[in-house]
Write a protein that binds this ligand. Sequence first.
Ligand code: NAD
Ligand code: MG
Length: 392
Amino acid sequence: MSQMITVLGATGSIGKSTLDVLARHPDNYQVFALTANTQVDSMLQLCLVHRPQYAVMVDEKSAQQLAKKMADNGCAVEVLAGVDALCQVASAPEVDQVMAAIVGAAGLLPTLAAAKSGKRVLLANKEALVMSGQLFMEAIKENNAMLLPIDSEHNAIFQSLPVNFKEDINARKQVRNILLTASGGPFRGWDLQQLRNVTPAQAVKHPNWSMGQKISVDSASLMNKGLELIEACWLFEVQAKQIDILVHPESIIHSMVQYVDGSVMAQMGNPDMRTPIAYGLAWPQRMDSGVASLDFLTHSQLNFEAPDHSVFPALNLSRQAFEEGGTAAAILNAANEVAVAAFLREQIPFTAITDLIDAALNHCKFESADSIEVILAADASARRFVQGKITA
Ligand code: NAD
Ligand code: MG
């Protein structure tokens, strides 16, 4: 039977890769809803090709423009507007799976709505889990939802862990540690002096992956790996000390699990997000993703090195925030989002991103993160604090 899919963040890099995979299997999947923030023309094109039942634009004006263009093109897709509509199409009874691919904290409410209504949640939007870890994992469990990681590293770890790792104490004992790999980003090997003067154009130019702007900057600062460390702790119910971060510049191994007998299981493949997306959609089966076979002869060298913590403080800041618990990770995430946006507008230097996160973690009070209201309030207060520092 065909599965109904909502794609949150359809106009983004993950959204488009998801639609590419879905279009390869028209008999197995139907698109229920596509959502975006403001990108009207891109959404129109996607609707004309994929014919969802609903198109949601968060921005009201964009929704009006889209509705008019749909009518002009004779397209019968119903256009909705606003955050409530995002939550509606993520939780509608017709929907089986929700691809959570909105960037940043904006994805939290609709992704949580999908979890609360018992969907299969394909999680690309790591910020949602970083902000709300415990609350989110409880929502998954209490509502019999299923959470499958789409982030390539977490998808690799999921594939490499023993079956029933979380539930089976014996399976947990078999694992020595998780090796979370990082490409190192475009500034691998650079020193602090060099980092101070980098431009947004340099920061968004990732050596291996083609991604949205925010995650590209996060990859350059290693904040992406910091967020992924927290993401892995929640997803797999492990402590931060059970995860080692290993720089692997080629991004061919997507992460590994080391067992007590010395065996290391790695998941490998070309750096193309369609592989983890197809895995999540088809699990426990597998299906064609459109990704070419890995050619080992053109990747005859795989290299590894340790991250440079003196130049890239993001990893230690993230570890600290996770260990602190409560709203600390939501504060870290919000401070990063505001700082990255300011860096992209050329208001602050690259190295100020982690300085501002550090300042926010020192300034904002941590509380226990047991309700969505507390989490959103922590997010808002960190945003105000960092914005104040930037405009001061
Ligand atoms: P992107 O910038 O390309 O796309 C973001 C999408 O979110 C767009 O559809 C946009 O319309 C929507 N959006 C932006 N602001 C919004 C708002 N305020 N409200 C509602 N929708 C909004 O981003 P991306 O690279 O596709 O990344 C999406 C998520 O997936 C991020 O959380 C990222 O960390 C994660 N991720 C991405 C990759 C990748 O290869 N791109 C890999 C792993 C994880
Ligand atoms: Mg990743």
